[in-house]
Design a protein around this ligand. Structure first.
Ligand SMILES: Nc1ncnc2c1ncn2[C@@H]1O[C@H](COP(=O)(O)OP(=O)(O)OP(=O)(O)O)[C@@H](O)[C@H]1O
Ligand SMILES: [Mg+2]
Length: 401
């Protein structure tokens, strides 16, 4: 083993046998005097290497496996090796068959996920899906009931202090000390993270500038707008220069302008090389900024991968809207429903039908040919543009019982 106290746990070891328990945020003990706190911009990340994996089939087996161990886990469905090759950096974030049961309620079911460094990852799911639970496990605030989680190769239970040093966690309901001044607030956290006194001010100045809060350095926190307080929350988690940011609904409750500002900050943080998981139940927050997304529903990770892949999955089911002259929709339905390329036809009005093609059908020109041959006059024919919302619906709909 290495002497480096912050070295990753690259050797797989048996899971912690101790019973899981919630633990208080003792982040302070993770900091070490002399740590470099300057925000640095590492080499650009190869986006092509962004391979995220969600093994939905394994997930479906859910609780059947009571011994989901990091070393013994079934290999993830990935082109990437599960164990990093010798000398290769571990992924920034890794979950291996992580389940979480709260007093009999299963909040996460065998979630497996790898996120390489430098990725802005959006964790998308409805209320109660398990987003906060996932982030709290990665923040070392919650132990998985089964399975293992790693941050930059550090096990979140066995090496909780070292893992914690790697992360900045912004909870969904972050409190602020309203009667402190902005700079004072950040210096307080810099001290809590044991940043050396001589670099504290410089670090706080850098973070204030990054979050565009320089003009409010002397303002009381309680007087800041909601958007500014949210940016201050982000500033706070950047103080110890963590590699990984876990942001739970950072844009919630913000007006459109403030949401855009947060997005810009996130892009800047990614440019600085941070790996970011951002949770949201709002598609537009994620669609705009994320390189990759995970879709979680009722504790099951149904999809994880590049945004384009989610769109491609959704577009496997093409939808074509057809407008006919009035009164012809039913006849058109009869003609098209009989064709092998068509999965389903829905009559939306007396001049309007929606045609769903069989998976893999890429050419919809047969629709016009068939309708014209049957003497049906077409007014308009257009393929429905696939959006992330379609991906979300198509990936989640009916998949979770
Ligand atoms: N401390 C707890 N005790 C019992 N059940 C809990 C606890 N925390 C969460 N749960 C349950 O676990 C499930 C997942 O909750 P979680 O907070 O992770 O969801 P979420 O995706 O963050 O939802 P939201 O969008 O509402 O924030 C929910 O059914 C929730 O009720
Ligand atoms: Mg939540």
């Amino acid at each position: 083993m290495t002497d480096d106290p912050l070295a990753p746990d690259v050797e797989p070891r048996p899971d912690d046998e101790s019973p899981p328990e919630d633990r208080p945020d003792d982040a302070v003990d993770a900091a070490r005097p002399g740590d470099d706190v300057v925000l640095t911009a590492p080499a650009p990340v190869d986006q092509a290497a962004a391979t995220m994996v969600a093994d939905a089939d394994e997930v479906a087996e859910a609780d059947a496996d009571t011994d989901a161990d990091a070393a013994d886990a079934a290999p993830l469905v990935s082109a990437e090796p599960v164990e990093p090759a010798p000398g290769e950096a571990p992924p920034a974030i890794e979950l291996r068959n992580v389940s979480k049961v709260y007093a009999g309620h299963t909040a996460l079911k065998k979630v497996s996920l790898r996120i390489p460094e430098g990725i802005l990852f959006g964790l998308l799911g409805p209320n109660g899906a398990g987003k906060t639970t996932t982030l709290r496990i990665l923040a070392t605030l919650l132990d998985p009931t089964r399975g293992s989680a790693y941050v930059c190769g550090r096990h979140t239970v066995r090496s909780a202090n070292r893992a914690r040093r790697m992360v900045g966690y912004m909870p969904d309901l972050a409190g602020v000390y309203r009667m402190m001044e902005t700079r004072e607030y950040l210096e307080f956290f810099a001290a809590a993270y044991a940043l050396p006194k001589d670099t504290r001010r410089r670090t706080v100045d850098e973070v204030l500038q990054l979050l565009d809060l320089g003009g409010k350095a002397d303002a009381l926190v309680g007087t800041l707008s909601r958007g500014m307080q949210q940016r201050l929350g982000l500033a706070r988690v950047l103080i110890h220069d963590p590699k990984v940011l876990l942001l739970d609904e950072p844009a919630s409750g913000l007006d459109p302008r403030a949401r855009i500002e947060i997005r810009e900050v996130l892009k800047e943080l990614r440019r600085l090389g941070k790996t970011i998981i951002l949770s949201s139940h709002i598609l537009s927050d994620i669609e705009e900024v994320c390189d990759a997304i995970g879709i979680i529903e009722q504790g099951q990770l149904l999809f994880a991968g590049p945004v384009q892949e989610a769109l491609a999955r959704a577009s496997e089911e093409r939808i074509v809207e057809v407008r006919t002259v009035p009164g012809m929709a039913d006849t058109a339905e009869g003609v098209l429903a009989a064709l092998p390329q068509v999965r389903h036809v829905e009559v939306r009005g007396d001049d309007w039908i929606e045609v769903r093609l069989q998976k893999g059908e890429t050419d919809h020109s047969f629709i016009a040919s068939a309708l014209v041959s049957a003497g049906i006059r077409i007014v308009m024919l257009a393929e429905h543009a696939v959006e992330l919302e379609d991906a979300f619906l198509s990936l989640t709909k009916g998949t979770v019982a």
